[in-house]
Design a protein around this ligand. Structure first.
Ligand SMILES: N[C@@H](CCC(=O)N[C@@H](CS(=O)(=O)O)C(=O)NCC(=O)O)C(=O)O
Length: 207
């Protein structure tokens, strides 16, 4: 397979990419880097931004997890049917990234002190995506087929359901979005796999 992910032994910022690859029927290789090896610094020096994950597509080497999603979107017809849809897909993926950034800040910097307040404030962020999905009859964020932004939203919702299992109870469009994507055969198989289940969501073991 031309695709290789190099990352720590976490779902982290590769969660959405792996779900997208699985749903698109793609195989990929995983190179797992231990924190101990990472701290030696040799690999870090070769990374454009000094960070992982790294994604290889044959001879193309990429960093930046959202870049992987866009690249796969272009390659596998998951980036809308025209520039207008592509721009909206970018917009919603950027919105998901805002939520992911808030989530990661809480997880890594203020879990004990900030978890309850974060969960309390969560509906104010999730309601924005609820409104978008409630408006688009296709069941996807943009247009009439799945895009990389849908995988990104789906994955961040899965993580939030671990943090707060009731967080979608009053958001029917998001609940149905998660149920529908979870039922897609290749996503279901991947989420049931040991490869998926054996990895913690985050690097500090908090979820
Ligand atoms: N914007 C980057 C962020 C990448 C990033 O923050 N990587 C962290 C690991 S993780 O937060 O994604 O799990 C890292 O390499 N940290 C180690 C280091 O910075 O030396 C992306 O989306 O890929």
């Amino acid at each position: 397979a031309p695709y290789t992910i190099t990352y720590f032994a976490v779902r982290g910022r590769c969660g959405a990419t792996r779900i997208m690859l699985a749903d698109q029927g793609q195989e990929w290789k995983e190179i797992v880097v231990s924190f101990e090896d990472w701290m030696k610094g040799d690999l870090k020096k070769t990374c454009v931004f000094g960070q992982l994950p790294k994604f290889e597509d044959g001879g193309l080497t990429l960093f930046q997890s959202n870049t992987f999603l866009r690249h796969l979107g272009r390659k596998h017809g998951a980036y809308g049917k025209n520039d207008c849809e592509a721009a909206q897909i970018d917009m919603f993926n950027d919105g998901v990234e805002d939520l992911r950034t808030k989530y990661l800040k809480m997880i890594y910097q203020e879990y004990e002190t900030g978890k309850d307040a974060y969960i309390k404030d969560l509906p104010n962020h999730l309601c924005k995506f609820e409104a978008v999905l409630a408006k688009n009859k296709s069941g996807f964020l943009v247009g009439d087929s799945i895009s990389f932004a849908d995988y990104s939203l789906f994955e961040v919702l899965l993580n939030h359901l671990v943090l707060s299992p009731t967080c979608l109870d009053s958001l029917p469009a998001l609940k149905s979005f998660v149920d529908t994507l979870s039922a897609r055969p290749k996503i279901k198989a991947f989420l049931d796999s040991e490869d998926y289940k054996k990895l913690p969501i985050n690097g500090n073991g908090k979820q």
